[in-house]
Design a protein around this ligand. Structure first.
Ligand SMILES: Nc1ncnc2c1ncn2[C@@H]1O[C@H](COP(=O)(O)OP(=O)(O)OP(=O)(O)O)[C@@H](O)[C@H]1O
Ligand SMILES: [Mg+2]
Length: 378
């Protein structure tokens, strides 16, 4: 990796973000030279790969996914900013904070920490929906749910994907389940209590699913009011929870229509990559149809940009396009790309408990506060 000799003075111009990460680079310097803002992007890879084997003291800054005490969450701080972009930041840290522009290019509002609740329910139902696969629906369901639960909200997560990824992500083996959300949907008289599972996260329960649910898609076709089956199943649970989050499967089939019919709000996760907006028109059309024909209460709460990598111009361009297309519907909170998320799936727990101080956990906590602020603004 080429290393240019340039003094730390070069960093002052790009503000606190670069300065903060610069501290980490310094501690890992073995060449005696200093990285420039531009080249230190590569420096991250060196740090990440070198790990503790480099002999350098372990520095959480260098991992760029641990938040030290007292530091606020800033997705752009995760990585060294692109120099062109860094040049647009205010020169001093204090002014940057005052005039903070979030990663979506809009001024970043402050989302207050929600106060405790004295009583619970009726639940707001949120469908996490995008027919595109692998955009972060399941990850967002688990971690938004866990963050809301941390803020004292009672949360129910509904695994509405026959693949059972949400259940797996919470440490449940779907193959071992006798009763799932399928039974709740298809068997009249089945009580939700029999299917509900407590998760390791206090205040958060799960309606698990497994491959059985794929049969429901076919069997529901001949049911009366087939689109509102989930809505009917969730009704008795609404009084017990503040938020019910439904993890949809990657399709716009009958199961997803059921989720949209049951929901008050939709969150659409979008991966920050080139084809992100493909198919979103079809999704918004489906949401509008459900709104007109089945569920007039349904609203698009927001578009959530996921797997954002502020090091790349590409990620920022995609995000700018998304904001251009959806404007205020795009959440200010943006979820960065980090290997911590795949790790949490293996661990079977949310990032808020698996890596409580990580940038990923902070991002989902901020999302929870933003979602709560949007709900309270109504
Ligand atoms: N912010 C992120 N950074 C890095 N990896 C992520 C991030 N969010 C999710 N992932 C990983 O990407 C993969 C897909 O994520 P996830 O399962 O949440 O997407 P999904 O939309 O639910 O997929 P599907 O459509 O198959 O249900 C998973 O391996 C997950 O760990
Ligand atoms: Mg999923």
């Amino acid at each position: 990796m080429p290393v240019r000799d340039q003094g730390p003075a070069g960093f002052e111009a790009v503000g606190s973000v670069a300065v903060r990460t610069f501290a980490a680079h310094q501690s890992h310097q073995t060449t005696g030279t200093t990285l420039s803002a531009h080249q230190s992007m590569d420096g991250h890879h060196v740090n990440a790969m070198a790990g503790d084997g480099s002999g350098a003291p372990h520095n959480h800054f260098a991992d760029y996914d641990e938040l030290p005490e007292g530091h606020f969450y800033d997705p752009d701080a995760e990585y060294e900013p692109d120099p062109e972009y860094a040049a647009t930041l205010a020169p001093d840290a204090a002014r940057q904070r005052r005039e903070r522009i979030g990663p979506t290019g809009r001024p970043l509002p402050y989302f207050p920490i929600p106060g405790p609740l004295t009583d619970h329910g009726p639940a707001k139902i949120i469908a996490m929906c995008n027919q595109k696969g692998g955009v972060g629906k399941t990850t967002s369901t688990i971690n938004l749910g866990a963050a809301l639960a941390e803020y004292g909200r009672r949360v129910l997560l509904v695994d509405f994907d026959p693949q059972g990824a949400l259940s797996v992500g919470l440490g449940v083996n779907p193959m071992e389940l006798d009763l799932t959300v399928y039974n709740l949907l298809m068997e009249r008289g089945m009580a939700a209590d029999e299917v509900l599972l407590k998760t390791a996260v206090p205040n958060m329960d799960l309606l698990p699913s497994n491959i059985d649910l794929s049969a429901a898609e076919v069997q529901l076709v001949s049911e009366v009011a087939r689109e509102s089956t989930l809505q009917r199943a969730l009704k008795p649970l609404m009084a017990d929870y503040d938020y019910i989050v439904i993890d949809c499967q990657p399709s716009l089939g009958l199961l997803t229509v059921n989720a949209l019919t049951a929901a008050h709000k939709v969150i659409v996760p979008l991966e920050c990559e080139f084809f992100a907006l493909r198919g979103v028109a079809l999704l918004t059309e489906t949401i509008e149809k459900v709104q007109e024909r089945l569920n007039p209460e349904l609203e698009l709460d927001g578009i959530l940009a996921t797997m954002y990598d502020s090091r790349t111009v590409h990620s920022r361009e995609v995000l700018a396009r998304v904001v251009e297309a959806f404007d205020d519907h795009v959440y200010h909170t943006v979820i960065g790309r980090t290997v911590r998320f795949p790790e949490t799936t293996v661990a079977g727990e949310p990032i808020t408990t698996y890596a409580s101080n990580s940038v990923g956990a902070a991002a989902y906590r901020q999302l929870a506060r933003e979602v709560l602020a949007r709900c309270h603004a109504e």
